[in-house]
Design a binder for this molecule. Structure first.
Ligand code: 2YW
Ligand code: ZN
Length: 373
């Protein structure tokens, strides 16, 4: 079997659990954060640096690699692992979400999605079958089913039609799955912010028996409390013996709240994207290093962090690099932000093992400057 979930410990005070996801390219300890490497690179990081911070898995994107350089080139390079020199697990998103967030002129039919490339305007087509062919060529360990992520807000009827089509598309993905022993196909639960549609979507998909389930359609602009509410009634509909992946999440607080609700895997561009404009996540909350007050601050970015950035460079130096538009500055903030979230997940796993996750949440939120919502 391409992916097997091993439950290590169920938290007594919440839905949280520590587990291991076994894949052909290694083990992922969960709850886990996946650094995002959209175009076959986690921006400015080398595979060696990602290993140094102990990232177990990274995410890449079907949509982007389909457009450029083309999945046939990646296939001829030996697949995504050899193309990008990453020998640990890779998860690829299926392209549904990216078509909607990036491309112009799109038309959705039962068959699939017609759209224009956001790069050169070429007329292109994605469908369950094409998305599976692309991910098969990329050779990712975990593939995502081709789905539609409804916008937020959206009419109930639209979400209902779209969610039912996503279930039909999931079945078409299963049918066109070429190498189920080498690659695991995860289904994506939709249903918007509607309990009945979420439960129906989960029932449709779990009846088809996938090796893992993602919760899609969230982190699309809804208030956080609404996302947590959807998780409260959706996660219990998913089998406890399989990984649960919350797509596009997220911020430190959302990772902790998601883990408490039983989510095992997360991904988000947040840490890498905000790093590029000099915003960092520290144990005392967000810190915008470009701020003039750090011009002569010769201490580390985060005094409680042991990462490469915080062990070797000062706030003053990193601020100087960013102000001087020196790429090394972005590398240092990116390294720290990724390490911060990976470390947060290590701390969450340890808190679950010690049966003190809710206390951990309270103290983390207090020091990070978040009020318990
Ligand atoms: C500075 O921070 C940022 O720029 C930034 C940008 C986007 C997000 C949100 C990302 N949210 C999100 N990604 C997603 C990816 C998804 N993929 C599929 N196939 N289906 C989904 O249903 C789906 C939902 C998502 N929601 C979060 C942060
Ligand atoms: Zn650091």
């Amino acid at each position: 079997m391409a992916v097997k979930y091993e439950l290590i410990k169920q938290c007594k005070q919440s839905g949280a659990r520590v587990g291991r996801v076994h894949t052909p390219h290694g083990v992922i300890e969960t709850p886990a954060f996946m650094p995002v490497g959209t175009q076959a690179t986690v921006k400015t990081m080398s595979p060696e640096e990602l290993k140094a911070m102990d990232a177990h898995i990274i995410l890449s994107n079907t949509y982007h690699l389909f457009l450029r350089p083309g999945h046939d080139i990646v296939k001829r390079a030996g697949g995504l692992h050899s193309f990008m020199n990453w020998d640990r697990p890779i998860l690829t998103d299926s392209g549904g979400f990216q078509v909607f967030s990036l491309s112009e002129m799109r038309k959705i039919t039962e068959e699939g999605v017609n759209f224009r490339s956001h790069l050169n305007g070429d007329k292109l087509f994605l469908s369950p079958e094409v998305a599976m062919e692309i991910q098969n060529a990329l050779g990712s360990d975990i593939m995502m089913a081709f789905d539609e992520c409804p916008p937020y807000p959206a009419e109930y009827q639209y979400v209902k039609q779209s969610t039912e089509r996503t279930s039909r598309w999931a079945e078409r993905c299963l049918k066109s799955h070429a190498r189920p022993h080498d690659q695991a196909l995860f289904a994506i639960v939709q249903g918007g912010m509607h309990k009945d549609l979420r439960i129906q979507s989960a029932k449709d998909l779990t009846s088809m028996d996938f090796p893992g389930y993602a919760i899609g359609g969230l982190s699309v602009g809804e208030p956080k409390h609404l996302m947590y509410e959807v998780l409260d009634y959706t996660v219990p509909e998913l089998p406890a013996t399989k990984p649960r992946y919350l797509m596009g999440v997220g911020s430190p607080d959302a990772l902790v709240e998601g883990a408490i609700r039983g989510v095992d895997m997360f991904d988000c561009v947040l840490p890498t994207r905000i790093a590029r404009n000099g915003t960092t996540m520290t144990s005392q909350g967000r810190l915008v290093i470009r701020n003039a007050k750090y011009a002569e601050d010769f201490g580390p970015l985060d005094p409680n962090c042991t990462c490469y950035t915080c062990s070797n460079y000062s706030r003053a130096y990193i601020r100087h690099l960013l102000k001087a538009d020196e790429t090394f500055g972005i590398r240092l903030t990116t390294y720290h932000n990724l390490h911060f979230l990976l470390q947060l997940m290590r701390d969450v796993r340890q808190a679950i093992m010690d049966d003190r996750l809710l206390d951990f949440r309270d103290s983390f939120f207090e020091s990070y400057g978040l009020h318990n919502n």
